[in-house]
Design a protein around this ligand. Structure first.
Ligand code: B12
Ligand code: SF4
Length: 507
């Protein structure tokens, strides 16, 4: 369940990847990225991913016995629970072994993260260069002073070095995919797949998006030949069915996007891939270009439609997208045989019932006109570092003051000061009806029991009727569905894939 590269003389670094509360299990790309420079420098690397490792705490502590330090990768939300648990346990047993945190949450809230007693070092932003410099300093017992992008503790004081400038993706080493146990991920997920990065950053600045704070807005990318070479090699080497290209906005350079498809076709390797891209950039592509991409294996484009209300789109700073753009993107993708996948955010500051109704109408209309189109919905989550945060504060959001405080962030903050009580319950019921009204294709494959399939089939039409009529009282269909689930499914943890499956963030 954990992978170690043994041919090395330098000490071992233990990486921990906490569960991200989703069935979409695959190798943690952030850790694979920062591992390569360590391996090249001669360090050993062990990755323990709690999603695929039974008794993960015991395993981490055992591995740490002869290791130099513990490094954890995390984003804001439920991952913080296991981060805190493991970091505390590690510090208790090995008080002298540094605990290093990297990834989105430490990047966006470095001071607060480092203030936790059981955290010794935080790395802000890209970690490839920073981590190997930190590890070298720890190994030689020297100060971390002067290592850009790093915060650390010295003489009981918290210190931050100057920020590290962003490096273009093309300069970065390849990710250490060979450390990943794809068999184990497949057992959890039901699908054999991996993530791949072909570009970094996004030129836009949507109000809820945290990207600017970590990757800036200067989009940079790999050339088509390199992307095709690496992706074809990856799927062939690890026998993968699907690659999710996790770029924030894959389509910024139209010629490059089409070029990648041409290069994949040239190599004749068959695999499915999906990308994230904004609707306006989908609309720029011609039918011929999209068909070519489909032939090369592109099966889905995930896009942030975000709202069916022009007023809310404006509040979200999405001037690059009109309601017609969403329709056009759905049409173009459907006509080319590519699944249009959209994200919708309910409860954005400034959204009222009228605007929510507009979103529901948009969803219903698009799903009917373009069968196969899918919508994933979220309730607005105010993330630190997002442009809208200031306004959210003014509207009464109270963000946690400690790292542990963020553990229950989801549970607390899907309930917003302006969306709570009856209104909040109604939105949750509405989201449940949306889940059953039209089919969606998640990455994680969860086979439904025949009873669940039967109930789903029975309530699909009533769910659509309710959504058309915006009527959510006495949700008997959902009670029926829950009863069927209880009969065939074991009880679920408090924060789990079912709650989060709808919350993939897309452009
Ligand atoms: C893939 C993905 C997922 C997958 C994860 C699948 C998996 N098996 O890992 C799934 C679908 C499960 C998912 C879920 C969610 N995600 Co997500 N996801 C992403 C996505 C698209 C790619 C992440 C990735 O691997 N990138 C590639 C790697 C190489 O880049 P990186 O992670 O930035 O890593 C670099 C640095 O951060 C750093 N680094 C990373 N780890 C470490 C560790 C150490 C020790 C060091 C030193 C450095 C370091 O170095 C790396 C190389 O430079 C990002 C957006 C993005 N473009 O990155 C969003 C993103 C990370 N997700 C986000 C969110 C909000 C979520 C959800 C909370 C959504 C929701 N509302 O439910 C959920 C739940 C997450 C949870 N963990 O609890 C936000 C995080 C914002 C934040 N404040 O933390 C992002 C940034 C999207 C966005 N723009 O808003 N997600
Ligand atoms: S939400 Fe998507 S389109 Fe908007 S700024 Fe973030 S990455 Fe770019």
């Amino acid at each position: 369940m954990e992978r170690t590269l043994l041919v090395s003389t330098r000490p071992k670094i233990v990486f921990f990847f906490p569960a991200f509360s989703s069935q979409e299990a695959t190798a943690p790309l952030g850790i694979l990225a920062v591992s390569t420079p360590l391996l090249r420098a001669g360090y050993q690397v062990t990755i323990i991913d709690s999603t695929i490792t039974p008794n993960f705490q015991k395993r981490v502590l055992e591995e740490l016995a002869d290791a130099l330090c513990l490094a954890v990768s995390l984003v804001t939300g439920p991952m913080i629970r296991e981060t805190v648990q493991i970091a505390r346990a590690a510090k208790e047993l090995y008080p002298d072994k540094p605990v290093i945190l990297g990834g989105w949450h430490p990047s966006l809230l470095p001071d607060q993260t480092l203030a936790a007693k059981y955290v010794d070092v935080v790395v802000k932003g890209q970690g490839e260069d920073a981590l190997v410099e930190v590890i070298r300093a720890i190994e030689s017992g020297s100060s971390l002073n002067g290592i850009p992008g790093v915060g650390y503790k010295e003489d009981g004081q918290i210190r931050f070095n100057a920020p590290r400038s962003l490096r273009p993706l093309a300069e970065m080493p390849p990710k250490a995919y060979h450390l990943a146990d794809f068999d184990a991920y497949e057992r959890v997920c039901g699908r054999r797949w991996a993530m791949y990065t072909s570009s970094l950053a996004c030129p836009y600045n949507c109000g809820y998006c945290t990207n600017d704070g970590v990757y800036g807005r200067k989009w940079n990318a790999l050339q088509p030949a390199q992307v095709a070479e690496e992706t074809c090699d990856l799927v062939s080497r690890y026998d993968l069915e699907l690659l999710w290209i996790v770029d924030d906005n894959f389509l910024v350079d139209r010629d490059r996007a089409v070029g990648i498809a041409e290069e994949i076709l040239k190599r004749g390797v068959n695999f499915k891939w999906s990308v994230q891209g904004s609707t306006n950039l989908v609309c720029r592509l011609t039918h011929e270009e999209l068909t070519l991409m489909r032939r090369a294996g592109l099966t889905q484009v995930a896009q942030g439609a975000d709202s069916g209300s022009p007023k809310v789109l404006k509040l979200m700073n999405k001037d690059f997208q009109k309601i017609e753009t969403i329709y056009q993107a759905a049409e173009k993708l459907s006509q080319s045989g590519i699944r249009p996948s959209f994200n919708i955010i309910f409860g954005y500051p400034g959204e009222g019932e009228e605007e929510r109704r507009e979103s529901i109408s948009l969803i219903m209309d698009i799903c009917r006109r373009y069968p196969g189109a899918e919508f994933w919905t979220n309730i607005f989550t105010p993330y630190p570092g997002a442009p809208v945060m200031q306004q959210a504060f003014e509207l009464g959001i109270d963000v946690p003051k400690t790292l542990e405080g963020w553990i229950d962030f989801f549970l607390r903050y899907t309930v917003l000061p302006w969306l709570k009580g009856h209104k909040h319950r109604e939105v949750q019921v509405m989201r449940e009806y949306l889940r059953v009204a039209f089919n969606r294709v998640p990455i994680g494959v969860r086979r439904k029991h025949s009873l669940q399939r039967l109930v789903h089939g029975l309530i699909e039409l009533p769910a659509r009727w309710r959504l058309d009529n915006y009527f959510f009282s006495f949700p008997i269909e959902l009670w029926l569905k829950d009863a069927a689930n209880r009969l065939v499914d074991p009880p679920k943890p408090k924060v789990d894939a079912t709650q989060l499956e709808a919350e993939v963030v897309a452009c």
